[in-house]
Each structure stands twice: as structure tokens, then as C-alpha cells.
Write a protein that binds this ligand. Structure first.
Ligand code: GDP
Length: 595
């Protein structure tokens, strides 16, 4: 059947381009073309941190009505992809709305999600928002969007995608800039006309593909997904299977079924193919599972969920200053919060350790874990974290390490720096092809540990223009030590008898000793840290340090003396009053020079 009464769309937008306001306005006008409906407060971006980082982590559903059609709106994550999240969320939709600010134009951060939408052949509507802004330049932005489509390799059909101009703030939408309307009807019309109605077989055995898991203290796990085939009834028996786990079968009894309505979920007795539903009574359900008719356990294909590759220890704050930053700091509180996160995040792993105060948290890379840490801190949890470490595997006495396949799209001017930096991090260039729009696509195989700290550097190096995406690429024999670059201040130790030199590094939370005779290569001191791994440090004047952080390390090289020299020569380069003194007994930094 074709569900002419339904549309499922996903909104793709850069942060601040007006997604929340748009959905808000659509909610306000939801049903006015039919009947009046009460509007609830905005909740689409409840996660503050999304705004700051410019990424949406949680995906939420909203539903509105236009005439006799219900439109499910699926919020998509921004540019980050933790374990195939983007793809699985887009799989619930039959089309996307790309929302673009009429002044700012399309932003590079949305490229990744947009590209996935093209790969899934989802039709796209382009919504140029904020046309009320005095600096709005909608016509140029149209060209920029089309250029982006071409650059991302979109098929020709995408070049005919409809454009709608909106002011989400004023609640207006129009297909024609010379003919302003006073409501959003043009947007609703475009959605119902251009995005295909969901189709499927209503008489075949039930299949629901679970794309998201929600969790609620009262009902436990809630599976959210789209009915791909058949119909579902509350309290019916069903079986759970998973395409990636051939031996897995679990009989269940469905509890309640909900559909989305406005910002709420409403209970329904049954639901049919094409609908996006939430189901309870599915304890133990996972993302990627298929809920099937009891006699037809046929799993639907699903993006493979990547394994965790990086771990960090989360531990109770044992400093005398504990309790200053947060209100939840006991190991029990931290434990409960972490285990709760596990309910909804498929790519996360939490393990207890020998100490009741320490939990080992593993995830998909540094960004994944840092988002969790920031979320928890914001909620009032106070804890300490260790530096990220890679999860090694031992097989036949061999040390294997997780590898990542890293795909990078950059314009030609940045290729050199990318190859140089990933090379240093033991990355191996697998291919380099020309992408459209003057971009090149570089594919690397990089040890997961080599990516630690790289994403931020990459963004700085490519001025926010590059796209970096990485997927787990199996295990490979250990590739050897990676020289670490450590930023810090050169310091002098007074040992009573003599003065020794070292590097004080906030990043390392400690001091590295630099012995006389240490070799300096192109402005960097090469020494050894206690583990015997080569390190590289920037030798620079203290007053340039902030510049270095801002400009990335290339700048650091320029500011530093660009020649080989010894530590003694390097010290001459640094003025005496720029050295920080540390007394070895207390390790407390004398404020004199640090400030
Ligand atoms: P989101 O991050 O994409 O959800 O963006 P928001 O909906 O929170 O909007 C970001 C900012 O842009 C807010 O200050 C909005 O008031 C403003 N904004 C949203 N839509 C419009 C619009 O159509 N016109 C103008 N002038 N501002 C808008």
C-alpha cells in the first residue's frame, strides 16, 4: 500500500540556521489548515551542548499535520557520526529538508549528513531560511547549494530539487520571492508533493527496524523505528532478530505502541507499514534489531555498529577541592549515570574496574567520549578523566591495534599538511582521487591512537572547510610508537645544587625533564618521556604560546628557530624571565612567571 496520509522527513541543518524555530512554526501552523491544535513549548534541542559544538547528538521525532496528512519530522545528527548514527536515522525518512541560512549559505559541517542522504537516494527539498534578514542573499545561496550538490556528487535529479524560502521566525514560506505569503503553506505543500508517501506491504509479516533506543525509568527500554512491512498490535507476540547477529533470536511480548504527535507520543492500539513508532516491553532490544512476526524471523539489513576503539577512565574526584564544580560526585551517582547512557548509546561500553571509584568507558573515538563528558559535567556530575587510550587486542602473543579508515575531502592547498600530519601519526595513504569542485579525496589507514587529537588540528588546518570521517577498519599489528607533540612552557628546576630544565605541560599534567644535550630538530626539542616514547616539543617564546594554540603547529614552526640546535641553544633563545621555576619538592609553580 501507499500511505498517502503520511510523510516521513528528516531535517538537515547547520546549528543556528533555524531548525528549532522552523519546527516550532510548523507546529504552530500544524493542523490550522484542518483544525486548531494546542502548541507545546519548544523541545527540539534540549541538549545545550549541541549548540556549542555545532553538532546534534540526539535524534528526536516530532509530528505535525497538514490537511489530512501527518508529517513525521526526524531530527538528524549534525556532522558527527558515532557508529553509523546518521545512516540509521536517515533510514526512517523518505526525504530530507536541507535548511540553509539565507545569509550564511551552506556550511561544511552539514556535508557529511547530506552526502549520506544522497547515497540513500532520498529526495531533497532546500529550504532557504531567514529571508527576513536585511543581509539575506537568497539567490546567491541557491547557487552555493547547487555547487555543493555537485561537489558531493549528487545525481542530476538533485539539481531539480525544489527551493522554498522561509522566515521561520515570522512563520512564512514561499516558492516565489516576489510573492510573499503569510503562512507556511508553500513549505507544507512542497513536502507533501515532493516527498514520496511511504510504501510497503501491509499484508506481509511484520518487520520493524529499530533505529533509536530511548529509555525511561518507568517502562525501561523503548525501541523507536519504522514499520517496514505489515502491521503491529499492542500486546502481540513477536520475535527480535538482527542481520548482524545471525544466531540471535528472542521472543517477546510487545507492550504499548506509540506514534508521534506534535512533541508528544500518543498511545495507539495498532500501527501499520510506513509509520514511525515507539514500542515498550522490549527489554534487551538494541539498535539495528528487527522486530518480526513470530513465525517469520526475517532480519532487515542494517549499518554495522562500529566497535569501541578508545577508552578513558572516569573516576571519583579525590582532590581536596571536590564538590566545587558539581553536585553529583559519588561513585554510585557516576555509575548510575554511565549505565543509563548505555541504554541509548550503542557504540558505548562501560566496565567496572578493580576500584569501585573508577569506571572504564570505551567509545568510538575521542569526540564521542568528550561529548559524553561535557554532557555529564553540564548535568552537574563531577569526576576526573584519564587521557584517552586505545583498546589493543592480543592474539598469538602479538599486539594488535584498532585501525581507522579515514576519508578526507579537502581542497588542494591543504593536501600537503594532511599527508604530512597523518604520515607522522603512522597513517598510510591508500588512495587520492579527484573529487568534484576542486576537492580531493584522500583515504588513509590510520591507527586509532594516531587520530587522538587530530580532528581539532585538522579543522584548524583546513579552516573548517575539510570533511573528515572515519570508520573502524579492523585490527592490524602494532605500527610502532608515534612521536607526540607536547605543548608547554620551558621551565627551570632548582635542585639546590644545580638547575635542570624541563617542559611543563598542562596536556601531560606534569613535567618532562630535558637533559643537557637533548637534540632539537627544526625548532622542536626531541626528548624522551618516561615511557621511552619520542616526544617533540615546541620551543618558543612564552608570549607566542597563545598564537601557537590558535594557529596550529605550522605557525609554531615559523615562530621557533627553524634550525637544528641543542637545548642549550634553545634556552638562549628563550629569555631568562620567561622560564617558569619549579621547586622539586612541592612541584608548585611559582607564580612569578606563569601569569
Ligand atoms: P537551530 O540551532 O538550527 O535549531 O536554530 P534556532 O531555531 O535556535 O535559531 C537560531 C537563531 O536564529 C535564533 O536566534 C532564531 O531566533 C534565529 N532565527 C531562526 N529563524 C529565523 C528567521 O527566519 N529569521 C531570523 N531573522 N532569525 C531566525
Amino acid at each position: 500500500i501507499t500511505r498517502n496520509d503520511l510523510r516521513n522527513i528528516a531535517i538537515i541543518a547547520h546549528v543556528d540556521h533555524g531548525k528549532t524555530t522552523l519546527v516550532d512554526s510548523m507546529l504552530k501552523q500544524s493542523g490550522i489548515f484542518r483544525e486548531n491544535q494546542v502548541v507545546k513549548e519548544r523541545v527540539l534541542d534540549s541538549n545545550e551542548i549541541e549548540r556549542e559544538r555545532g553538532i546534534t547528538i540526539l535524534s528526536k521525532n516530532t509530528a505535525i499535520h497538514y490537511k489530512d496528512i501527518k508529517i513525521n519530522i526526524i531530527d538528524t545528527p549534525g556532522h558527527a557520526d558515532f557508529g553509523g548514527e546518521v545512516e540509521r536515522v536517515l533510514k526512517m525518512a523518505d526525504g530530507v529538508v536541507l535548511l540553509v541560512d539565507a545569509f550564511e549559505g551552506p556550511m561544511p559541517q552539514t556535508k557529511f549528513v547530506l552526502k549520506k542522504a544522497f547515497e540513500l537516494n532520498l529526495p531533497a527539498i532546500v529550504c532557504i531560511n531567514k529571508i527576513d534578514r536585511p543581509e539575506a542573499r537568497p539567490n546567491e545561496v541557491i547557487d552555493e547549494v547547487l555547487d555543493l550538490f555537485i561537489e558531493l556528487g549528487a545525481g542530476d535529479e538533485y539539481l531539480d530539487s525544489p527551493f522554498v524560502f522561509t522566515s521561520a521566525r515570522e512563520g512564512i514560506a514561499t516558492r516565489d520571492l516576489n510573492n510573499k505569503k503569510d503562512n507556511m503553506e508553500d513549505l507544507f505543500e512542497t513536502i507533501v508533493n515532493y516527498i514520496p508517501a511511504p510504501q510497503g506491504d501491509i499484508d506481509s509479516p511484520l518487520q520493524v527496524l529499530i533505529s533509536t533506543i530511548d529509555y525511561n525509568d518507568y517502562v525501561g527500554r523503548i525501541g523507536i523505528g519504522r514499520i517496514e512491512r505489515g502491521k503491529i498490535e499492542a500486546n502481540q507476540e513477536a520475535i527480535i532478530v538482527n542481520a548482524n547477529k545471525p544466531d540471535y533470536k528472542k521472543k517477546i511480548k510487545i507492550g504499548k505502541i506509540f506514534e508521534f504527535e506534535g512533541l508528544n507520543r500518543v498511545e495507539v492500539e495498532n500501527s501499520t507499514v510506513g509509520s514511525i513508532i515507539a514500542v515498550t516491553g522490549v527489554e534487551g532490544i538494541h539498535i539495528g534489531d528487527t522486530i518480526c512476526d513470530i513465525d517469520h524471523p526475517e532480519a532487515l539489513p542494517f549499518v554495522k555498529i562500529s566497535e569501541p576503539t578508545i577508552a578513558m577512565n572516569f573516576s571519583v574526584n579525590d582532590s581536596p577541592f571536590a564538590g566545587k564544580e558539581g553536585k553529583f560526585l559519588t561513585s554510585r551517582q557516576i555509575r548510575n549515570r554511565l549505565f543509563k547512557e548505555l541504554q541509548t548509546d550503542v557504540s558505548l561500553r562501560v566496565e567496572e574496574t578493580d576500584s569501585t571509584d573508577v569506571f572504564k568507558v570505551s567509545g568510538r573515538g575521542e569526540l564521542h567520549l568528550s561529548v559524553l563528558i561535557e554532557n555529564m559535567r553540564r548535568e552537574g556530575y563531577e569526576f576526573q578523566v584519564s587521557k584517552p587510550e586505545v583498546l589493543y587486542k592480543y592474539e598469538n602473543g602479538k599486539k594488535l591495534e584498532p585501525m581507522e579508515k579515514v576519508t578526507i575531502d579537502v581542497s588542494d592547498e591543504y593536501i600537503g599538511s594532511v599527508i604530512e600530519k597523518l604520515g607522522r601519526r603512522k597513517g598510510e595513504l591508500i588512495s587520492m582521487t579527484e573529487a568534484r569542485g576542486g576537492y580531493s579525496r584522500l583515504v588513509f589507514s590510520v591507527p586509532a591512537r594516531g587520530l587522538i587529537g587530530y580532528r581539532g588540528e585538522f579543522m584548524t588546518d583546513t579552516k573548517g572547510e575539510g570533511i573528515l570521517n572515519s570508520v573502524f577498519d579492523g585490527y592490524a599489528p602494532y605500527k610502532g610508537d608515534i612521536p607526540q607533540r607536547i605543548e608547554g612552557s620551558l621551565i627551570a628546576f632548582e635542585t639546590g645544587e644545580a638547575t635542570a630544565y624541563g617542559l611543563y605541560s598542562a596536556q601531560e599534567r606534569g613535567t618532562l625533564f630535558i637533559t643537557p644535550g637533548t637534540k632539537v630538530y627544526k625548532g622542536m626539542v626531541v626528548g624522551s618521556n618516561p615511557k621511552g616514547v619520542d616526544i617533540e616539543v615546541n620551543v618558543c617564546k612564552k608570549k607566542h604560546q597563545s598564537n601557537i594554540r590558535a594557529a596550529g603547529s605550522d605557525e609554531a614552526l615559523r615562530l621557533s628557530p627553524p634550525k637544528e640546535m641543542t637545548i642549550e641553544e634553545a634556552l638562549e633563545f628563550i629569555d631568562d624571565d620567561e622560564l617558569i621555576e619549579i621547586t622539586p619538592t612541592t612541584f608548585r609553580i611559582r607564580k612569578k612567571i606563569l601569569d
